[in-house]
Design a protein around this ligand. Structure first.
Ligand code: RIB
Length: 295
């Protein structure tokens, strides 16, 4: 069987991760428990997740012309992502995320740097890659005009688009009309539409351990998650999106695709780092089999 072709257009960051026992208050200095620098960025993470699961993955994005840029590009290649569409920006720094890990959760600040240069003009250079995709995956860490450009192009070419609206911002009706699926968490679901209704059929809402909610034939369906004891939840949503894209590109039914993505996300939180625990296809299949036998 031919490998599904997934194109991810999005951010590439270096994650600066500090683990701490609690979040410092305003004006407070705390001594952290440990520091690590690992590759991240929602675009890069989703591309790596999909590549681990056996898809042919192209990432279109940008890095800075700094040492991080080289490391991030090299790492993507090692993870099996095609980086033809990842070019450095002259005199610009790579995207950086400052992450605090505390109380079994994360808090993230992103400084976009080169990610701001993923413009419609830049992406247009790689239209031939996009045109060959079975599915396109987008997030909101690159300029919104680029998201609008890509969704317009994909719409015209009949290519399905998943938009993971993170970090959340209000989205226009015309954009929501053009995307095939939107994958917010509960908070993002409210922020992107400000309670405007009419897009429920496109919404695949992640509910953490409780699973995922979507609508089928006007009825709400909940696909339960797989509770695990997390080591690091950073990148769980990205693994979910990458896995969902692979399953939908293989034309799996929505419920089955979500179950697969839930399993991949559950496995991903068992290791440190956004890309650290992203599973391969065999691990996801074994996990699903074990859970089925235990049911
Ligand atoms: O979703 C997790 C990611 O968000 C991190 O890797 C960080 O870089 C930010 O983009």
């Amino acid at each position: 069987m031919q490998k599904p072709k997934v194109t991810v257009i999005g951010s590439i960051n270096m994650d600066m991760v500090t683990a701490t026992s609690r979040i410092p208050g305003k004006g407070e200095t705390l001594i952290g428990d440990g520091f690590n620098m690992v590759p991240g960025g929602k675009g890069a993470n989703q591309a790596v997740a999909a590549a681990h699961l056996g898809a042919d993955v192209n990432l279109i994005g940008r890095v800075g012309d700094d040492p991080f840029g080289d490391i991030l590009r090299e790492q993507l290649i090692k993870e099996g992502v095609i980086v033809t569409g990842v070019e450095p920006v002259t005199d610009e720094s790579s995207g950086v995320a400052t992450i605090l890990l505390a109380e079994q959760d994360n808090r993230i600040m992103v400084t976009p740097g080169a990610n701001n240069h993923v413009t419609p003009e830049y992406v247009a250079r790689y239209r031939s890659i996009i045109k060959q995709s079975d599915i396109v995956l987008l997030q909101l860490e690159i300029p919104l005009q680029t998201i609008e450009y890509v969704t317009g192009y994909c719409n015209q070419e009949g290519i399905p688009v998943i938009l993971n609206p993170a970090p959340a911002q209000l989205l226009s009706d015309s954009l929501l009309d053009m995307v095939t699926f939107v994958t917010p968490n509960e908070t993002e679901a409210l922020e992107i539409t400000q309670n405007i209704t009419g897009y429920e059929d496109k919404m695949i809402v992640t509910l953490g351990e409780a699973g995922v909610r979507y609508k089928l034939d006007q009825k709400e369906v909940i696909v339960p998650g797989f509770p695990v004891s997390p080591v690091d939840t950073t990148g769980a949503g990205d693994t979910f999106n990458g896995a969902l894209a692979v399953a939908l590109a293989k034309r799996e039914e929505m419920e089955q695709a979500i179950r697969y993505a839930n399993a991949a996300a559950a496995l991903s939180v068992l290791h440190f780092g956004a890309q650290g625990g992203m599973p391969d296809a065999a691990s996801v299949e074994n996990f699903l089999l074990e859970r089925k036998q235990a049911e």
